[in-house]
Structures are given as structure tokens and as C-alpha cells.
Design a protein around this ligand. Sequence first.
Ligand code: HEM
Length: 503
Amino acid sequence: MEESTQPKKLTTASGRPIFDNQNTQSAGARGPLLLQDYFFHEKSAHFNRERIPERVVHAKGSGAYGKFTVTHDITHLTRAKLFSKIGNECKLFTRFSTVGGEKGSADTERDPRGFALKFYTEDGNWDLVGNNTPVFFVKDPIKFMDFIHTQKREARSNRKSPTMMWDYWSLNPESLHQVTILMSDRGTPYGYRHMHGYGSHTFSLINAANERTWVKFHFRTQQGVKNFSDEEARLMKAEDADFAQHDLVDAIDNGNFPRWTMFIQTMTEEQARDFRWNPFDLTKVWPQGEFPLQEVGVMELNAVPENYHAHVEQAAFAPAHVVDGIGYSPDKMLQGRILSYPDAQRYRLGVNYEHLPVNACPFGFSNYQRDGLMALGANGGPGPNYFPNSFDGPVEDKTQGEPAQELDGFAARYDRNEGPGNDDHYTQAGNLFRLLDKQAQQNLINNVVGAMSGIEGPKKDLITQRQLCHWFRADVRLGMAIAKGLGVDAEMPMEHNTAAVTA
Ligand code: HEM
């Protein structure tokens, strides 16, 4: 059929051409309006329903499509088809984000950045929903909701509250490592292209011999790390609140495709059993000297979605989405997230959110789930909707099994900080400070002083001193410098009762 040169006709959602899209139907030229003007009703009613709930965290974000290319062989570690051959390519979708702010908040806020990837593999979609930091604020998922509340608005003032944040962090020393990163220059990255990304959790790789290796994923920016200073970030909030969105879209539109090199760190099951601390603790990194980075491939972003809402806003990433050859680990945070994301997305996008084009597996899916709101597509057609059946419905694939995992112990609520090394919240935070050059150390100190200066109210001294104890325990020089910046007598925090801070 020949393509028409006529412009497309404007129609109602049910396909009826619209005669006039500029003037409502009225009784006489001056109105009032007629109830029967369906063109107007449809337009107005749809408009009133345009907003969907924003993500409860990571509401502000930017997305792009791209590809992942395998450059190194890791088939001895995983049987995932994606990694089966050097040169394999896989389409992917990425969404970067800030964490605490609402959908309209500024891109340059001091905050971790989300680094969410969806690999459209032949084995199904693999989502790696990480951050630009290798660790996190808490190590048990039951603590996540309280922590996030401290990053949102205070109940009465409806403002962000440094008092809430530092009250929580000072009562949760396990946050210190991540707080140190947050307060460093890395807390205000220059857009999304100039930061590293991390899967953060420990996952597992499973090979063709059904052997398991623990793994962490790293994505190192090929653009070079670049951060805003605290002041630059603050000024950019006023100049261009959408700086990171512009930066990403402009780079891709200009053919300047951002790239990241993917590496893994691996640990055997035996090494994990004997490790100095719980290797599944998300507040600590695996030292790279002992567990070196191994190169795997390269990720390139090369296409901006044509419609933000359809692709970026409706994207649904879930740590639950792994594929054959890649598995979970006992990391309690990861386990909590397996439940949380699809639950949030059923609320945010509806029960059939995985049928939306950005979320759908391009290689198809077949199961017995039917109906529900917005069942897009064939909804299983005339096929059977129960299993097992005698009518050629989809069957299980017994090749997909994982090796049995040895577990021990009694069901209980175990103290997350008990056991060798697990209550050491200070060494890695202090090491990070000592690793920074002089200027970066000073920036960290200034940023902490600036942020802690916002603590107010009757508990100001208690919270300040409790948090100072943590900085001292990470590094005495760091503690002294922050105390001095805050005008606090440096002897005071050292004498403070440390029982409160190790709770
Ligand atoms: C988004 C929960 C920890 C990275 C979300 C969302 C929820 C959530 C409910 C919104 C999902 C949606 O509506 O689509 C949790 C819980 C956590 C946790 C319960 C801990 C138990 C983490 C950690 C990381 C992370 C440790 C990174 C290592 C992200 C990212 C997004 C996100 C990147 C945005 C994904 C996107 O771009 O759509 N989280 N989260 N979260 N979370 Fe978490």
C-alpha cells in the first residue's frame, strides 16, 4: 500500500476523527457548554489521569538504550548465554537517578545515584539495579524504610531535615562507609556519564558444571570520573535543575556515546566461608587487592527513547530478574529487594507491568498468568490457563536448576553486627578518607561540616556528638577536623559514652 502524503487525522481514542479541537460545543457563542461534547470530556478526563505514582525512591531519573558487548571469556564461571562467546552483543536499557528527591527535584543534589540496567538476553531480561557506590547505608532490609524516611520530608515542616538524617546515621554506625562516600566529591557527580556503577550486592555465577562462584559487578566509566564541587552543584540547581538529563541526551544525540567497562570480582564458596567478615554484608567492599577486577565487556548508550513516559517512567527494574547462569546470594538486602521491587511496580504500574514494551522480554514469554488490569496483547489466546495440561501449554525447563546451597542454623532474628569483623563500621570508612588526596579530604570535611551544621533543635548537641564519635573512630584526623569546623570542643566526643553508638 502506498503511504499517504496527507497529514494523519486527529481522532478520539476510539478512532473517530475529530472535527474541531479548538472550540468546545456551547449553547450560543458565549456558552454555557453542552454536556454532550465527548471530544472535550475525553481530552480533559485523560489529562486528569496523566500522572502515575512516582517511584517511592529514585523518582527523578534519565534513561537511554544501548548495547553490551562481551570482550572477555568468563564461560568457566557462568553458563549465561549472554556471556557464552566473546563478541556477543545484547540490547540494554539503562536508567540513572537520584534517590531521595521527588520527580521534579534537581539532578545535582548530594545523593547516591541509581545505576539500573536491563539486559534483554535470550534467556530473559536480566536486571542489575545498582548505584554509583559499591556499598549501602544499611545491611538489613527491615531498616530500609526508616532510613529512607530520614531522607524525605519532615512530617511537620515538610522540609528535608539534616536533624533527621544525622539522628539516624549517628544511631546507625553501619551507615558510615556510605555516608563518607556521600559526603565526598562523589556525592555530587557531574551528570551521569562520569561516574562508575556497581551491582553492589554479591550475586552468584553458575557454570555449565553447575558450580557456583560469588560475584560482584563493577562498571567503570570510560568518560573519566568527574564531580561537581559542593558549590557548583548548589549553583547548578538554580541554573539547570535537569542538568544530568541534558548532559546525557545531548551527548547521545551528538553521537558522543557514553561507555562503561564491565568488570567482576569473584570469590569461591570456600573463600566466603572462611572470610574475615560476612562477605554478604552490603556496607563493606571486597578489597580489590585480594579480589582483583576481571574485565568482561563494554556497555555503550547510543539511543535516547523517543518518549520519556513510555520508556523511562514506565521502566520497571527488579533485582529479582536474574537469568540462568546468574543467581542471588544470601545478602539480606538483596533478599529483601527481591520482594520489594515487583511489589512496588504492581502498585505503580499495575499487575501487567511486564507487558509494557520497555519491560517486555523481546524474545517472548509464556506462562499461565492471565487477565488483570490492562492485559495487553493476546492474554494467552485460546491456550490453556492451568498447569499441568494435555493441550500443549508451556512446560518447565529442567536445565535451569541451580546447585543446592548449603545453609545452616536456626530460624531467628540474628544481630546483623554479630560475628567477627561485622561490627567494624570504621576501618573501610577511614581507609577511604586516608586514600583521598589532600584537596579531596578537605572537600569531604567541608561537606560534612556544612551538612552537620544543619542539625537543629533540642537534640542538636546529642546528635552532633554521637556522629562526631563515628568520624573519630574512622580517623582521628578526620574527627578532629570536623569537630573544629563545627566549633565543638574536640575532647568532648572522645569522652562521649560509646555504648550508644555501637548499639
Ligand atoms: C528503586 C526499594 C536498596 C537501587 C527502588 C524502588 C523501591 C526500592 C521500592 C522503586 C521501584 C519502582 O517503583 O520501580 C528498595 C529496598 C531496598 C533498596 C526495599 C533495601 C532493602 C537498594 C540498593 C540499591 C538500590 C542497595 C543499589 C545498590 C535502586 C535503584 C532504583 C531503586 C537504582 C531505581 C530503579 C529505576 O531506575 O527504576 N528501590 N531499595 N536500592 N533502587 Fe532500591
